[in-house]
Design a protein around this ligand. Structure first.
Ligand SMILES: NC(=O)c1ccc[n+]([C@@H]2O[C@H](COP(=O)([O-])OP(=O)(O)OC[C@H]3O[C@@H](n4cnc5c(N)ncnc54)[C@H](OP(=O)(O)O)[C@@H]3O)[C@@H](O)[C@H]2O)c1
Length: 262
């Protein structure tokens, strides 16, 4: 890859940037010289990520925002106006994945999952896209999942939300194709984060297994028999944002050790 990928000085917004995949993405863009706006609902954890980036010599602005609240996302846009430029790279990463059987699932869980994973992504695209169009350059990268393409048991709300995120990715990619804005999805398999640990704990409790055994089941669902590291997802996000990725749009790229091949 050409050394200068045009990411230095770009303003990157990472939702759900306080831990896991989002934190790794924030660090990876900061290492490219981008200004990273790290957002999530908990200011203290955002501050910690921003401090880490500053310690490494990078630029980060930690701003709390709940992506499910459109007014909060609009307010966030107002708060980034003192940065040198508009948000041109949007990483829609904030997400929740509570497991539940369909019939036992409370309606509130269904609503929450769709609100965070789908409406949150919609809100951020709606608010930050106009300035990308004005600049004739932008990148939207939606962190979907392999369940955007296939389904697993006890994930009906999550699977529905991620299928919908992929639909939005594709539809928006077509609409933006001549505006200089690419829209892509990354589809990870099981990644080593708190989200995966929580679901492994739930599975272990339900089946009377040890946590290691439940994690082993997750690992075993991948031909590589391992979890993906958050940093691997982050590097893929950087690749998709690069100048040289201008022709890649409307794609959903799996990073799952070969578990899903569609
Ligand atoms: N881990 C996996 O195996 C895996 C696999 C495929 C796809 N993914 C996707 O990758 C993304 C990140 O997953 P992860 O494993 O890194 O999850 P995680 O460790 O649970 O982190 C989730 C992040 O989202 C933030 N968040 C949650 N609700 C939010 C809201 N309403 N508004 C703003 N921020 C919110 C959280 O911060 P606060 O709670 O402080 O708001 C946190 O920063 C998700 O979209 C997930 O679906 C994960």
């Amino acid at each position: 890859m050409n050394k200068d990928q045009g990411l230095g000085g770009k303003i990157v917004l990472v939702t759900g940037g306080s831990r896991g995949i989002g934190r790794a993405i924030a660090l990876a863009f900061a290492a490219q010289g981008s200004h990273v706006v790290v957002t999530g609902r908990t200011q203290a954890t955002l501050d910690a990520v921003a401090e880490e980036i500053h310690r490494l010599g990078g630029k980060a602005l930690p701003l709390a925002c709940d992506v499910t609240d459109k007014r909060d996302v609009e307010a966030l846009k107002g708060k980034v106006t003192n940065l040198p430029g508009a948000v041109q790279i949007l990483i829609n990463n904030a997400g929740v994945a509570p497991a539940a059987g369909f019939l036992e699932m409370p309606d509130s869980l269904w609503e929450e999952v769709l609100r965070v994973n789908l409406t949150g992504t919609y809100n951020c695209c709606k608010v930050f896209l106009p300035e990308m169009i004005a600049a004739k350059w932008g990148r939207i990268i939606n962190i979907a999942s392999i369940v955007a393409k296939v389904a697993y048991s006890h994930t009906s709300a999550y699977t529905t939300s991620k299928h919908a995120v992929l639909g939005l990715t594709r539809a928006l990619a077509i609409e933006m194709a001549r505006a200089g804005v690419t829209v892509n999805a990354i589809c990870p398999g099981y990644v080593e984060t708190e989200m995966t640990l929580n679901n492994a704990r739930l599975l272990a409790e339900k089946r009377g297994k040890k946590l290691e055994e439940a994690l082993g089941l997750f690992k075993g669902s991948s031909p590589q028999n391992r979890l993906i590291a958050p940093e691997e997802v982050a590097e893929l996000a950087v690749m998709l944002a690069a100048k040289s990725a201008a022709g890649i749009t409307g794609q959903a790229i799996n990073i799952d050790g070969g578990a899903v091949m569609v």
